[in-house]
Design a protein around this ligand. Sequence first.
Ligand code: G6P
Ligand code: MG
Length: 212
Amino acid sequence: MKYRGIVFDLDGVICSTDHYHYLAWKALADRLGVYFDETINNRLRGVSRMASLDIILERYDGQMSPEEKMQAAEEKNNCYRELLRQMSPADLAPEVKTTLDALRAKGLLLGIGSSSKNAKFILGQIGLGDYFDRVSDGTNISRSKPDPEVFLKAAEFLRLKPSDCLVVEDAKAGIEAAKAAGMDSAAIGDAVSCGLATYNLTCFSELLNCVE
Ligand code: G6P
Ligand code: MG
């Protein structure tokens, strides 16, 4: 086996939360009178909440104090969490679950490496609350992707060397973070076009071909 563990990004890899992020940022942008669309939303993939707000405020006609920024981020997060309550185990694609089970059956450790502070809540919503061996997320890091911190922590939590881990990512920032951590990476969806990953997947189950 080429690896001992696999570290999965959550949003856009294990499940799709993009649209909920979009709706929550859109509600905030509308209230602030800032233009926001799906293309700008794509730039927020893998980016932390506060850094996402800064991207949205590029079009804001005014100044916000640090306190006002914190309030705006909280407003977005409250709206986002309200939307996440609609998620259920039906939002976990059968292909994702069967692939995870097959990887685990090969003896691989499975971890999460997500910038989100809502990662554990989302995992609970889709029925994977206790599934992963370890979770490294936005609550245990101080630097967001493309910094490698979230993946290095995941390896540490799994008690594995970074070079024994494969990262699965849908964001360019995440592929860059994996590289900086000294880990191989598999790109899925949006991240394929950056051309920086060790493997490019056309579907989740292709991951099974990357590990041996
Ligand atoms: C993931 C998503 C980003 C999001 C970030 C922080 O990386 O891809 O779009 O901004 O998590 O999410 P949070 O749930 O903490 O606001
Ligand atoms: Mg992602």
